[in-house]
Design a protein around this ligand. Structure first.
Ligand SMILES: [Zn+2]
Ligand SMILES: [Zn+2]
Length: 334
């Protein structure tokens, strides 16, 4: 661990560095993991277009498939499915028979787009713990989409447009893949549209949906579902959908209720992270002798693991202590 993030000295490689470095491996495209300015990036094929779109089109970026082995200065690296968002990867690092796995963000439910989580055996495991409290327990995805579909239909019966808020990378594509497209038309906010098209171009099996544009008459949005990021909330961009109902998809909806923000009519507890049970299952499943915890409720979670007899430690992250409740769903949910 250094000021720049997780560092593998034998390979001279950083994982998800916070500051510009020579060489890094990136777990996934969320902004708390993928930052601008490094000289060379290595990531999964689906993360590459995201980095080029979000960081700069001309970054030096090499991409690989899951399971492909890459030697860097005598150290073996490979990426394994983390099932967090499309392209998200756990990083497996092996040298002299010792295996370290850096989880990045992960969940174990296959959402139909993120792929199946792979449990990777290792000696040392660095795990996230964004939702590392027993109160966090997710419903199966099918139940959540039943709720979303009913909400959309109910809005139609009240002549309201449905505006569904979710993070533009990951959550939005998960919604688009799983929502019932027979209910009505779907339109996208620009931030969602651009990421969608970048992922589609890289081969992600996702349908095309139309962008909300000034040329489209407001009447077209009647009965439709609009998928947008939280930055759209409360902006004049929303006026054209009036009257509308706002739904919000986030793991945080479990603790903050539906009305955390005045502008939200309905909260859906949907997270792209592991819940309490999943975190515990994965950590013991890896067989790791040492576990390091980053992101979220690290102190409480480490204490719990130690009580279970696991050699656990906290790993400080750049965002620790800086994440306030107000921006928690913008950063911690990524
Ligand atoms: Zn994260
Ligand atoms: Zn993330």
């Amino acid at each position: 661990m250094t000021d720049n993030g997780i560092y593998i000295p034998e390979a001279k490689v950083y994982i998800d560095p916070w500051k510009p470095v020579e060489r890094c491996v990136i777990t996934h495209g969320h902004s708390d993991h993928a930052r601008f300015g490094s000289k060379s990036y290595l990531c999964h094929h689906f993360t590459k277009p995201i980095l080029k779109y979000r960081l700069a089109p001309d970054i030096n970026c090499e991409s690989v498939e899951y399971g492909e082995k890459v030697m860097i200065n005598g150290v073996q690296f490979s990426l394994h499915p983390a099932a967090h968002i499309p392209g998200s990867a756990q990083i497996r690092i092996e040298k002299n028979g010792q295996v370290l796995v850096v989880s990045g963000d992960y969940k174990t439910e296959n959402d139909g787009l993120s792929g199946k989580f792979e449990l990777v055996k290792c000696h040392t495991f660095i795990s996230e713990s964004t939702f590392g409290l027993p109160i966090f327990k997710w419903k199966p995805q099918t139940e959540i989409f039943d709720e979303i579909n009913s909400w959309w239909k109910n809005n139609i019966s009240q002549n309201k447009t449905s505006v569904l808020i979710g993070y533009a990378l990951g959550k939005a594509q998960r919604i688009l893949k799983n929502v019932d497209k027979n209910i009505g038309r779907i339109f996208l906010h620009g931030a969602v549209y651009n990421i969608n098209e970048a992922l589609r171009a890289a081969g992600l099996p996702l349908d095309h949906f139309d962008l909300v544009t000034p040329e489209i008459p407001n009447s077209a949005y009647k009965n439709a579902l609009i998928v947008a990021p939280s930055s759209a909330l409360g902006t004049p961009w929303m006026n054209k959908f009036s009257p509308y109902s706002v739904g919000y998809c986030s793991g945080w909806m479990q603790v903050r209720g539906n009305k955390r923000r005045e502008a939200i009519d309905r909260g859906f507890v949907m997270s792209d992270h592991a819940d309490w049970e999943q975190l515990n299952e994965v950590i013991s499943g890896t067989g790791a002798e040492s576990v390091f915890i980053t992101h979220g409720y690290t102190a409480t979670f480490v204490k719990w693991l130690r009580e279970k007899g696991i050699d656990a430690h906290e790993l400080e992250t750049y965002f620790t202590g800086e994440t306030t409740n107000a921006d928690a769903d913008l950063i911690a949910e990524q």
